[in-house]
Design a protein around this ligand. Structure first.
Ligand code: NAP
Length: 265
């Protein structure tokens, strides 16, 4: 009998807390998907930096973490000049960072005729520019853990599938998918991975705002366009935790649809 190839040895069980106390900065942690992701990361052993504008809702997220280790970082992400100094303050406080999850985002639903440069730029400012500036801050050699790290950006099914009224928003989400490919290639030599996750319809404050502009029939149509139906914030959070954690150590430069089959059609 041939000796077992070492790669065929019985693998160790998957750790229940794969983050092992690594620090992850989560934007959008005051609401919806970012909040659910922060809670899930914490449950999987991460220490989390909760970033958002609304301090009351950030405190609610912190309460939901129970006895976990966290910091709160109130920030307006459209003030780009504040982002690098804010990350450096966090680094000085907690030590090296391992991850960034950019879940903060804004959407303006408008026809092309009223989608001027200012409308596109306002969405770019938060969805794209803030995410890339935070990545720049987190990936500095004096900030990120020397063994590497993981960056995750929340894109959207509308980064790859069209929808009337979302020209500006879709441009921001497609930009993230393109940017992670370049980040993945550039940062691989430092063992830093970069990925996107593209949710379909999940009920949050953002979707309530967007769906509120549509007729009941249109909302029903959107829901039924998801073969598995609309998702829950935890559906996104579980996938986000995997892509951020060391369990996905060989995955980089991807965009994972988490959309109940919306883009499979
Ligand atoms: P949400 O509930 O509206 O939350 C948006 C978050 O972004 C809030 O925490 C908000 O913080 C933060 N944010 C917005 N502008 C900010 C700014 N200038 N500075 C700092 N923080 C800012 O939205 P969500 O549904 O959870 O969406 C999260 C991400 O998933 C977004 O990127 C969105 O595009 C994407 N996404 C969502 C869906 C969905 O169905 N829900 C689908 C596809 C993609 P404050 O409230 O504290 O200001």
């Amino acid at each position: 009998m041939l000796p077992a190839h070492p790669d065929n040895a019985v693998p160790p069980p998957t750790p229940k807390a794969p983050f092992g106390g690594r620090w992850v900065l989560v934007t959008g942690a005051s609401s919806g998907l970012g909040r659910a992701i922060a809670i899930e990361l914490s449950a999987q052993g991460a220490h989390v930096v909760l970033c958002g504008r609304d301090e009351t809702r950030l405190a609610e997220t912190a309460t939901a973490l129970g006895s976990a280790t966290y910091r709160v970082l109130p920030l307006d992400l459209s003030n780009h000049a504040e982002l690098v100094p804010a990350v450096q303050r966090i680094r000085a406080d907690v030590g090296p960072l391992y991850g960034l999850c950019h879940a903060a985002g804004v959407v303006q639903t408008r026809p092309l005729a009223s989608t001027g440069v200012d409308v596109v730029r306002a969405q770019m400012d938060v969805n794209v520019f803030a995410g890339l500036e935070l990545a720049r801050a987190v990936c500095r050699r004096d900030v990120m853990d020397a063994s590497g790290g993981s960056l995750l950006f929340l894109s959207s099914v509308y980064g790859r599938a069209g929808m009337a009224g979302l020209v500006g928003y879709s441009a921001t989400k497609g930009a993230l998918v393109a940017a992670v490919r370049a980040l993945a290639v550039e940062l691989a030599r430092r063992n830093i991975r970069a990925n996107c996750l593209s949710p379909g319809l999940v009920m949050t404050a953002m979707t309530e705002q967007s769906l509120g502009l549509l007729s009941a029939a249109h909302v029903e149509h959107l829901k039924s366009a998801h073969p598995l139906g609309p998702g829950l914030p935890t559906d996104v959070a579980h996938a986000a935790a995997f892509l951020l954690s060391p369990l996905s150590r060989w995955i980089t430069g991807t965009d994972l649809p988490v959309d109940g089959g919306y883009t499979a059609q």
